[in-house]
Design a protein around this ligand. Structure first.
Ligand code: ADP
Ligand code: MG
Length: 242
């Protein structure tokens, strides 16, 4: 039995007269890894921002864990969904440990001791347990992004969304972040990953989606997706990045 965790039906989002999302239908199953690629401005960020309610879609329906996303359910849905951004978005004035304990203490009402225990476990998982007392500015970009992943995991999300998590990193740091994401995938996390790291897509994705002009134009398992893109737009895109 496949269980649908994320479901979008006819989702549209307009900014002024511009349709950033133009009718998106998508189902993501429990444990599935979906990689989303496509040209700049095609709506990838808007798509995942709508899924955790950072942007309010203005047409269609989004359901996460069977709960329809609407103003009254926003907090409940966000509690299920972890998000990792291109620009880490850590609190610069807090240590790594405090960045990780803040959400669990404030939102989940964990005691400091429990939140710290969980934070240290998550830092182990992202392979930087020794960085707990440092400030984000003292870490490399790759380490900061792994802190951001650990911070999201400390909230025990059912789903993780990644928006170009390695695009701001120097090449030598990309692998350490992708390795952590690969571990997470192997543990069975449901993931939507916007990335142009096509090696990661080949190895980890169950399906790869190509977006253009606010729509999902193609979606297929990686072997099929890369071997035989069906549209000229997707072929041209892949030819440019591979
Ligand atoms: P991608 O992540 O694929 O590069 P985005 O989802 O960020 O694309 O953006 C899709 C389109 O929507 C772009 O043309 C962008 O300029 C526009 N857009 C995104 N966010 C906003 C916003 N807050 N206000 C106005 N336009 C926006
Ligand atoms: Mg984007």
């Amino acid at each position: 039995m496949t269980e649908t965790v994320i479901s979008l039906r006819g989702v549209a989002k307009t900014f002024g007269a511009f349709r950033a999302l133009d009718g998106v239908d998508l189902d993501v199953a429990r444990g599935e890894k979906l990689v989303v690629c496509g040209p700049s401005g095609s709506g990838k960020s808007t798509l995942i921002r709508c899924v955790n309610g950072l942007e309010r879609h203005d047409e269609g329906e989004i359901e996460v864990e069977g709960r329809r996303l609407e103003p009254g359910t926003l907090d409940a849905v966000r509690a299920e969904v972890g998000m990792v951004f291109q620009q880490f978005n850590l609190f610069p004035h807090l240590t790594v440990l405090r960045n990780l304990t803040l959400g669990p203490m404030r939102v989940r009402r964990l005691s400091r001791a429990d939140a710290e225990a969980r934070a240290r476990a998550m830092l182990e998982k992202v392979r930087i347990p020794e960085q707990a007392a440092k400030y984000p500015g003292q870490l490399s970009g790759g380490q900061q992004q792994r802190v951001a992943i650990a911070r999201a995991l400390c909230m025990q999300p059912r789903v993780m969304l990644f928006d170009e998590p390695t695009s701001a990193l120097d090449p030598e740091m990309i692998k350490e972040v992708l390795d952590v994401m690969t571990d997470l995938a192997a543990e069975g996390m449901t993931m939507i990953v916007v990335t142009h790291e096509m090696g990661f897509a080949r190895r980890v994705a169950d399906r790869v989606a190509f977006m253009d002009a606010g729509r999902i134009v193609e979606m297929a398992p990686p072997a099929e997706f890369f071997a035989a893109p069906r549209t000229e737009r997707c072929r041209a895109f892949l030819a440019n990045i591979l």
